[in-house]
Design a protein around this ligand. Sequence first.
Ligand code: GLG
Length: 828
Amino acid sequence: DLGPSGKPTHPLATAPVGAPPHSVDGFVKEFLHELNTNQGVPLSLSSVNDQYMALASTVRNYLMARWLETNRKVHENKPKTIGYLSAEYLLGRQLGNALLATDLSDIAEKGLALCGIDIATLRAQEVEPGLGNGGLGRLAACFIDSLATMDVPCVGYGIRYEYGIFRQTFVDGRQVEQPDTWLSLGSPWEFPHPEASVQVDFGGHTERYIGEDGRERVRWVPAWNVLGVPYNYMVPGYLNGRVNTLRLWSAQATKAFDLQIFNSGDYAQAVRAQTFAENISKVLYPEDSTPQGKELRLQQQYFFVACSLRDFIDHSLEDGFDLHNLPERVTFQLNDTHPVIAVPELMRILIDEYDFEWDEAWDVTRRCFAYTCHTLLPEALEVWPTDLLGRLLPRHLELIYQINDHFLAEVREAFPGDELRAHHMSIISHGQGVRMAFLATVAGTKVNGVAELHSQLLRDKVLPDFSALWPEKFTNVTNGVTPRRFVRLSNPKLSELINDTIGNGWVTDLERLKELEPYADDPEFRAQFAEIKAWNKHRIADLLRARDGIDLPDGHLVDVMVKRLHEYKRQSLKLLHIVSLYEQVLSGKIAASEVTPRTVVFGSKAAPGYAMAKETIHLINKVAATINADPILEGRLKIAFPANYNVTLAEKLIPAADLSEQISLAGMEASGTGNMKFALNGALTIGTDDGANVEIRKLVGDKHFFLFGMSEPEVAELGAQGYNPHSYYDANPQLKATLDLISSGVFSNGDRHLFDMVVENLKNQDRFMALADFDSYVAAQAKVEERYADQDSWMRSAILNMARTGYFSSDRSMRDYLQRIWHTTPML
Ligand code: GLG
């Protein structure tokens, strides 16, 4: 056997590593060893954090053999790999998932108990890596989980933000952001490899010169650079022996900074320069679906993309690999426009470093990328001002101009004489800058939306000229969620019931939940299902009491709206419904006893710079304080708004929900993925015909879904007519009374203007037409109450929601990507 130097080595050095024995004793031995040798403490003196760290490295050791073996296989077989490029991964806690993937949950619990440790205490010690804002980042996390479980070679590439999404606190009802110090107690799941760092250049200028072969070449002379240090994370497949890699990059100052210290003697200045470099991966931008065109953000995007391409080309391909064949070895999936600067980066590498001709380089580049769009809001599509781009990445801007010239020539050939069309389609728009979605569409082999309706609107409304030119480029892949985390781990009792009823194959083949359909009519099964719902409600009640001092009364309908705070998602519409109920009781239109006992749970962060969203949070909290304390409601209507909604909280909250609020204005929510998690955990949806709601409703059936509101074409028509929210306020006495109650000062200590921003906006602007859908929403809520009064019928619907939504597994999404976009098969 030969080692890395080609010389014979000790036979043990090349033998596969073994995992520790899969037994309680084997586990305890490994755990104590880790505690002693990694943490340097005996059990008797160990802290909870020591124990958590030791537990994490113990579980890691069980995964290690599989990781090494996966990497060895990839090295040997050289399969086509998916390079998933995403600026966000909202991973959630790692421990539970790793225990599940290794089938160690029971062994670990027993083993720790023998050491006098309650595993629940250690689970609670983990701080989740919140390296994403919401749906987009969580989707990336689900996708890499599914690919590992399906045995597909994939490397997730992203940024190791030192601070993830901010920790939200409430001070007098207002959101206050605190830094997320997720790394402060140690980070047992990551493997830094500083020796494999990659240099990334920025700024400067370009020069033309004549190469040895007489051809004109371009040289980029950058002004500064940073190092990208890779941190590897394991991405374990579920019980299949595969462990893929997530590689997140951290920015570090290069040696040049040390030299500066030495030469200039200005130590303080040199350290500032270092801080400047390290700022690149310092913090996640907290805007969700509304990019901030900040220079640092473009630095982040180029930083991780340049590191990732370098890494793949230099480290994954064998020496002498012919880059003309790159598309056979990788597809880089662009998760939204954030990584699109990878397109000119690959062109630069091929042309400037590998001497490719333009056409050859473009041919390879076009076949290496595919693009997923996650939005419809025009303001969410990234546009980089050309001066900013040119200052930071001068060579890339030149290449983008060239790509655009070639592309526009293609357009003019397809549509001769149609200059207006060419103008509309130009990647570089004169007033604004570089339209990254256009660049991605031009470069990608495929462009996909994330739900059927969204993909349709993407073709018809966002990129109509492009779909006319290249109809076959456009496709749909409806989003999905991982059943491992969002059912198996988050809902253990339900999982047990499903296992007992149909076996455990559903965890990797979620459509098998269909086999549960007949049990919707089985009173015994229904009773068990209802009992589990009640158990989940108690679990979240206990947690919220301890975590936030929030009271979640027994026997209430649990009505949940959790998602980022955005006007288009219409948390304000939900609030109007609550205030309307309250107003009717206050004014004696209905008796409190007529109100269905209900707790509305909100969970939501607002982007720190989004004033309207923050005011809405303030208003929700003030309404909560008032109605929760008002005896007139007899405790029948409550609002619970725990701060800092995150993946960890979602895992406890979603299984407890009866009603899932998916109430965006039709045509605005690209897909939604929370909607899928709720349905799979047996909640009924009240929702508009938007995003994936459309597909959920089709699958579960109209009887088991509360549809309301305008459809997308109706919204478009109303918009075209000219929407006037005030006319709804004037025409609908209950809506008027509701808004007037907010302006009366009852929620604001008599201050009649505190919430003017929200109320006046709804009355006069209401871009997302909450007032137009109010009536229909309130009527649908009345139907909810009627149905809920018949618990048998409700539970039947809840079971059917679960049984009929197996389609929304991210395993299915990955199969669709494999067939429609990546054209590769799992490596078995
Ligand atoms: C987006 C959309 C969501 C979508 C998610 C994942 O707003 O509707 O479900 O991506 O595709 N920015 C997002 O979170």
